[in-house]
Design a protein around this ligand. Structure first.
Ligand code: GMT
Length: 375
């Protein structure tokens, strides 16, 4: 099959998932065309049957356009690539604006007597936050309803889509996030040499440091662990909340043991050395970062929100607490780290749970969906 994929190419779970999906599909013999404004960050180097088509984001000085109409440029590129490469379908990730531009590209193709199917995957804040803003609500609802097929990454997100948009004519199918076990797997040899002193517990957080990630809570939980034992926290990523997190680390006296590493294209080797992964978000439709951490053998300490309980069983393969309960997250982290048997058992359970979301199990669900779409 020939598949066009549009996603956000920069740091973020939806772009990560879309790129991993494209790479898996290509390994399975499909031809994959990424259509977006930059090469997706997880697309590293050449991969067989994978192509990247760049969408322009600027043009020469044209005073009439104070803002470049990127969405029109994207729709034009989706149309152009679909026509030239004879694509069977466009699979867009994150509804805004990708589902809308795909609808436009499809309408243009139809005008030329060509058919293409549009599949939209909803990832999170396209439904829970941005899509519900008054400027975007109607067009998001319209674009979802006009898609040939719609998927959501968790049951929570599907139900939230029905609740918030009441999409009468759409049947949202749940296809959970998946993890590439060839890259994300345990490696007991990894111990963060050069990052954490010997004897330190290794704690980690990865995100785009937006408000929803509550990165100050990450620091607060870590400070409670640090008071109880030697430990290092690796903060991977960047975003608007980073200065606040840095200030919080200073304020709580743990700055020396908190390493802000910035954006990294690949976190697998760090995750392999990590013992606890902190994800205290306000909302999380699935928590791809948590799944990848579990696959590497880290215990995730997260909030009991959104789709996270669909991935983590509290007390069995991870720890869940209400939003903002840094005291409980800190206390349970310390208890776990002090009990080597419990920690080892929970790490093993996390690896086992992550295997249920392996690419081998989940990607065929997308392939079945594609077959259904073009039937
Ligand atoms: O909704 C977002 O915040 C954007 C999106 C992204 O691009 O980072 O993240 C979402 O998609 C991921 C992949 O499906 C999910 O694992 C994340 O839980 C989800 N983030 C939120 O719901 C906050």
């Amino acid at each position: 099959m020939k598949i066009g994929i549009t996603c956000y190419p920069t740091y973020g779970g939806s772009g990560a998932l879309a790129t991993e999906l494209g790479l898996e599909l290509a390994r399975r013999g499909h031809e994959v065309h990424f259509i977006t404004y930059a090469s997706p960050f997880r697309l590293r180097g050449y991969a067989e049957r994978v192509y990247f088509h760049e969408v322009e984001t600027t043009m020469g000085r044209y005073p009439l356009f104070e803002h470049y109409p990127y969405t029109l440029a994207l729709a034009s590129k989706q149309h152009e690539v679909a026509l030239r490469e004879n694509l069977d379908l466009l699979h867009v990730h994150y509804a805004i604006p990708h589902a809308t531009t795909a609808w436009l590209a499809k309408a243009m193709l139809q005008g030329e007597g060509r058919q293409i199917k549009v599949i939209t995957t909803l990832h999170g804040t396209d439904i829970t936050l941005v899509g519900q803003e008054s400027s975007f609500y109607a067009i998001t609802k319209f674009s979802i309803e006009q898609s040939d097929l719609v998927t959501a990454v968790s049951t929570y997100l599907r139900d939230e889509t029905y609740r918030a948009f009441g999409c009468v004519s759409c049947d949202v199918k749940v296809i959970p996030n998946f993890v590439n076990l060839a890259e994300y797997h345990p490696d007991p040899e990894k111990r963060w040499e050069g990052l954490a002193p010997a004897g330190h517990r290794r704690i980690m957080h990865v995100s785009n440091f937006r408000e929803v990630k509550r990165v100050k809570d990450v620091i607060r939980v870590f400070a409670r662990i640090r008071r109880a034992m030697p430990a290092t926290l690796a903060m991977v990523g960047d975003g608007p909340e980073r200065p606040d997190a840095e200030a919080e680390a200073k304020e709580l006296g743990v700055a020396e043991d908190v390493k802000f590493l910035g954006r990294l294209d690949s976190v697998a080797t760090l995750l392999q050395g990590c013992e606890l992964f902190l994800l205290p978000s306000t909302t999380e439709s699935f928590g791809l970062a948590a799944l990848e951490a579990m696959a590497c053998g880290a215990v995730v300490v997260a909030t009991r929100v959104g789709g996270i309980p669909e991935v983590i069983d509290d007390g069995a393969n991870g720890i869940l607490e209400p939003v903002g309960s840094v005291e409980a997250m800190g206390r349970r982290s310390v208890d776990l780290l002090r009990g080597p048997d419990n920690l080892a058992a929970m790490r093993a359970a996390a690896i086992e749970r992550a295997r249920q979301f392996s690419a081998d199990k989940i990607v065929p669900m997308y392939e079945a969906l594609y077959a259904e779409a073009i039937r």
